[in-house]
Design a protein around this ligand. Structure first.
Ligand code: DGL
Length: 286
């Protein structure tokens, strides 16, 4: 049994006052945190970025699961009422085991909400999913989309270099566009009849490369990501469980990282779209 705070399983009001936990391999999940804060401005949040071990996208399933379990343990010890696995790779590889091990904690991943967004945005149900190597190897998005639309056509493309580009801040201009062309140029050149009408950004970092991706795929396809739909699922789940925060006063927001507060602040401020200082981040050991 994982260690838990009394409030995490205690009576409704105490539990409802706890923050929403958000976990990612690093700073990328701040795009999801931003959407959650926008959708649920009265809720407190506790974000943990495993910056000491990022990237997860090239790691083995066993390692990603172990890291995700350690992060969840840590957030539960701190006290959270619900966990969002904001990392697509960790969602793809560990959501089932996390739900089983940490029940009754509600655990929400980003793949299912991302598949919902993709299906809703597509008329032809021809999808191209851009993700990390591990997410693609797991076929997590293909399975989630096929569960909704069995006849959907889904192509998955591993775009590992996009992660480094987003972290480096090289999200626009010739380098970003050249990399996007290398990954996606074949799609743009394919006959019109077979072209996708939905490009799914199946990685936390890829929304920052929206412009470069658009420049290669053209105006035709919708470009969808899971942040907004994930925030909507979180809102619905809190509502369903009667766990919405009812306290007076401003919510609290805390950021944890496993390494490098300075770098987290510098890179993370682009993902969160608000200024961060190293002193805003607490470095923790899992
Ligand atoms: N957070 C990861 C994801 O969404 C991207 C970065 C990594 O590889 O850890 O898949």
């Amino acid at each position: 049994m994982p260690p838990t705070t009394a409030a995490a399983h205690g009576p409704g009001p105490a539990r409802a006052s706890l923050p929403i936990g958000v976990f990612d391999s690093g700073v990328g999940g701040l795009t999801v945190l931003r959407a959650i804060r926008a959708r649920l401005p009265h809720e407190s949040t506790l974000y943990l970025g495993d910056t000491a071990r990022v990237p997860y996208g090239t790691k083995s399933p066993a390692s990603v699961l172990r890291y995700a379990e350690q992060a969840t343990d840590h957030l539960i010890r701190r006290g959270v009422k619900l966990l969002v696995v904001a990392c697509n790779t960790a969602s793809a590889l560990s959501i089932g085991p996390l739900r089983a091990r940490f029940a009754p904690l509600p655990v929400i991943g980003v793949v299912e909400p991302g598949a919902d967004a993709a299906v809703a945005a597509s008329r032809l149900q021809r999808h191209v999913v851009l993700a990390t190597e591990s997410t693609v190897r797991q076929h997590a998005y293909a399975r989630a989309i096929h569960a909704r639309v069995p006849h959907a056509d889904v192509t998955e493309v591993a775009c590992s270099l996009f992660v480094a580009l987003a972290e480096e801040g090289w999200t626009e201009g010739p380098v970003a566009e050249a990399v996007a062309r290398q990954y996606l140029g074949g799609l743009a050149a394919s006959p019109a009849a077979g072209r996708p009408d939905s490009i799914v950004l199946g990685c936390t970092h890829f929304p920052l490369l929206h412009g470069a991706i658009r420049s290669v795929v053209g105006e035709g396809p919708s470009i969808v990501d899971s942040a907004t739909t994930t925030a909507a699922v979180v809102a619905a789940e809190l509502d369903r469980l009667g766990l919405g925060r009812t306290m007076e006063g401003r919510p609290g927001h805390a950021l944890l990282a496993t390494d490098g507060a300075e770098r987290f602040a510098a890179v993370g401020s682009r993902f969160l779209a608000e200024p961060l200082a190293a002193s805003d981040i607490e470095v923790v050991d899992l």
